[in-house]
Write a protein that binds this ligand. Structure first.
Ligand SMILES: *[C@@H]1O[C@H](CO)[C@@H](O)[C@H](O)[C@H]1NC(C)=O
Ligand SMILES: *[C@@H]1O[C@H](CO)[C@@H](O)[C@H](O)[C@H]1NC(C)=O
Length: 390
């Protein structure tokens, strides 16, 4: 008997030890900016256009603080692994056992003191460092850190660190800093992301997804600000080459740093999230992915009161942020790139429609708060139209 069972036992044993970090996740912790913010910006009381419809119209049928018509990459990842949508840390929900989202619209990887010192404006003080502070404060409520309870708990968590860094470049670019000046920030941004990952590893985090930057040269806002009549500045998709090269520069440094971390911490699983190449798929062939409205024109390109009827045929939502349909393409590609770490995922196209939850209620006076951010926002939109009709 024993001899006929042992081969099976050995195979069973091998299957269960060969891939220590594989399997499904019991919770997700997310850090980042508006590409991942599921409501923090709104609940923090800072100005966000995402406090009102048509933001949220597609999946939620109400504004949720997400800077899109619907779900973000992080939402699709949560649904794919069978977890609930991540509650925002600053929201009214307080059950974070299955994860929580610390991402805040406008957040930078670098501390605000860096921007103060360099005379660069910024939209929020809730930087990656602040978000990490929130996480550390929350840990004692999630698990028993005196024993190895937290290590066990975080062992089955997915840590999504980013996308973060985009605003560290948006801010100086919008303030008129030169490419050379902004490029000098990149190593500092990578350092900040790397330090955050190290802090999380110390807390017991094992599995990471660290997204890179999107091709900013294809962004409607950047096209408006930096567009010109020089054909040689553009690639075949109509994107500005030097701006995309800048994104690639950030991404290459990030990947290099992640490889160093993987060697430093061989028991972790640190995945690079290739937002850039996932997004290039719809910028290069929008039609074949159903983006009939094109990839470079924003659905709400003529002001938020006049948005397109069918956002799912557009890549760009409001000039800076993407539509749910575009985020879905990115999420699906990300999960495919890292199939081994995401076995047996659910097909997000078959996820049930949204059911409003009690914790959805928006904070009072979330709409209409007009701060400097509004003026910056309005100014950018104006710049965009000036450049269109130049
Ligand atoms: C984490 O989980 C893997 C199996 O999924 C296990 O081999 C490893 O020992 C766990 N580590 C901790 C610290 O619990
Ligand atoms: C996911 O579901 C959709 C709709 O049912 C289907 O068209 C698509 O082929 C599925 N995708 C995969 C990868 O199974």
């Amino acid at each position: 008997m024993a001899s006929c069972f042992s081969p099976i036992l050995i195979i069973f044993f091998l299957l269960h030890t060969a891939n220590p970090v594989l399997g499904s996740y019991k919770s997700i912790f997310s850090f980042g900016d508006s590409l991942a913010d599921t409501g923090n910006s709104l609940y923090s009381g800072q100005y966000t256009p995402a406090a009102q419809l048509p933001y949220g119209e597609t999946y939620f049928h109400q504004p949720t603080g997400r800077a899109s018509d619907g779900r973000l990459v992080i939402d699709f990842i949560a649904q794919s692994v069978g977890l609930p949508l991540l509650p925002p840390y600053l929201g009214s929900g307080k059950d974070f056992q299955q994860g929580v989202n610390f991402a805040v619209g406008g957040a930078t990887a670098l501390d605000v003191s860096f921007f103060d010192d360099n005379g660069i404006s910024y939209n929020t003080k809730y930087t990656l460092g602040v978000q990490l502070g929130w996480f550390k404060k929350l840990v004692p409520f999630l698990c028993d850190s005196s024993s190895d309870g937290c290590r066990k708990f975080f062992n089955t968590s997915l840590f999504m660190v980013g996308e973060i860094g985009g605003n560290d470049y948006n801010n100086p670019f919008m303030d008129g800093k030169s490419l050379a000046e902004v490029k000098a920030f990149v190593p500092k941004v990578i350092d900040a992301i790397s330090s955050a990952i190290k802090v999380l590893i110390k807390e017991g985090a094992v599995t990471f997804m660290v997204p890179g930057n999107l091709p900013i040269g294809c962004s409607t806002l950047y096209l408006g600000l930096f567009g010109n009549s020089k054909k040689e500045d553009y690639d075949k998709s109509g994107c500005i080459k030097w701006l995309n090269d800048f994104s690639i520069y950030h991404n290459n440094l990030l990947e290099k740093e992640l490889n160093i971390l993987k060697e430093l911490y061989p028991n972790t699983n640190i995945m690079y999230g290739d937002y850039y190449n996932a997004a290039m798929k719809f910028y290069q062939s929008p039609d074949s992915l159903g983006f009939k409205g094109g990839a470079l024109t924003a659905c709400c390109g003529s002001g938020l009161s006049r948005c397109c009827d069918n956002p799912s045929t557009y890549v760009n939502w409001d000039g800076i942020h993407l539509t749910e349909a575009a985020y879905k393409v990115i999420a699906v590609n990300l999960l495919q790139d890292h199939q081994q770490s995401f076995p047996n995922i659910r097909n997000v196209s078959e996820v049930a429609p949204y059911k409003p939850q009690a914790s959805d209620s928006l904070p009072p006076n979330s709409a209409g708060a007009s701060t400097t951010f509004f003026y910056i926002w309005a100014f950018l939109v104006l710049c965009f139209f000036c450049s269109l009709y130049r």
